[in-house]
Design a protein around this ligand. Sequence first.
Ligand code: SAM
Length: 266
Amino acid sequence: MNHRARKRFGQNFLQDLSIIERMLAAMRLERDDPVVEVGPGLGALTLPLLERLDRLAVVEIDRDLIQLLEARNLDGLTIHNGDVMKFDFNALAAELAGSAPTEHSLRVVGNLPYNIGTPLLIQLLDCHEQIRDVHVMLQKEVVDRLHADPGTRAFGRLSVLMQSVFEVTPLFTVPPESFDPAPKVQSAVVRLKPRTDAPDKAFLAALQACTRIAFASKRKTLRNNFKGYLDEAALENLQINPQARAETLNLEAFYRIAKQLGDVQA
Ligand code: SAM
């Protein structure tokens, strides 16, 4: 198909059929699953998805690609033209579920544009109650951060927030040659499933504030990053070493701080 890949929209189109098959196999689709694909592009995932589903919603920002998709008149496909960062996943979940929307129904899939991978994941935190699972291709480095353990180089704010809300399962790595044009970096597919004990909205807000402060300056100790919010004694009371750095704390330690801190404006 004649389309020049647009860098600003992170367009790296999947070419490798075996990767597409592996991604779809990992999803274990049922025909009536409510699925939304982010960034269908030229349809590498869209067409095989539609073969396995009664209906599919897609969100695409590039009008030229929308036109190409529309021209195909694909049965069961609903096309949303716009920026997925401004997209209302809650409304879509209700729409796809019909008259009786249920929690944890929406299945999200996509080969995500690199430039919005991380912000989109952060956005999904807020609508995790509508989500059943997420299967997305991301830069491998981002997937490494998603499931990093405390004390490792990749562990950071994204790890804490995502691991609090989702069970994170890295599935497989994908080399640059699987795409056209080939990106400069390795990619990886990851599965996210909302945890049954995911924090409620208020606590998630507190955790977001707490991690923003804790990781504000990665080289600083917790005592310095929390200056003006929590003093050394308060950290010690929470059994947290004020001289430690944020990347060494486990999730429970962040929960203790977030509870103490509440929803401060960080
Ligand atoms: N799914 C196709 C594939 O695997 O070949 C295309 C993947 S390509 C990496 C990313 C797709 O997301 C492109 O089609 C791009 O136009 C679209 N996209 C980029 N930014 C977007 C945004 N903010 N909202 C919706 N779609 C976006």
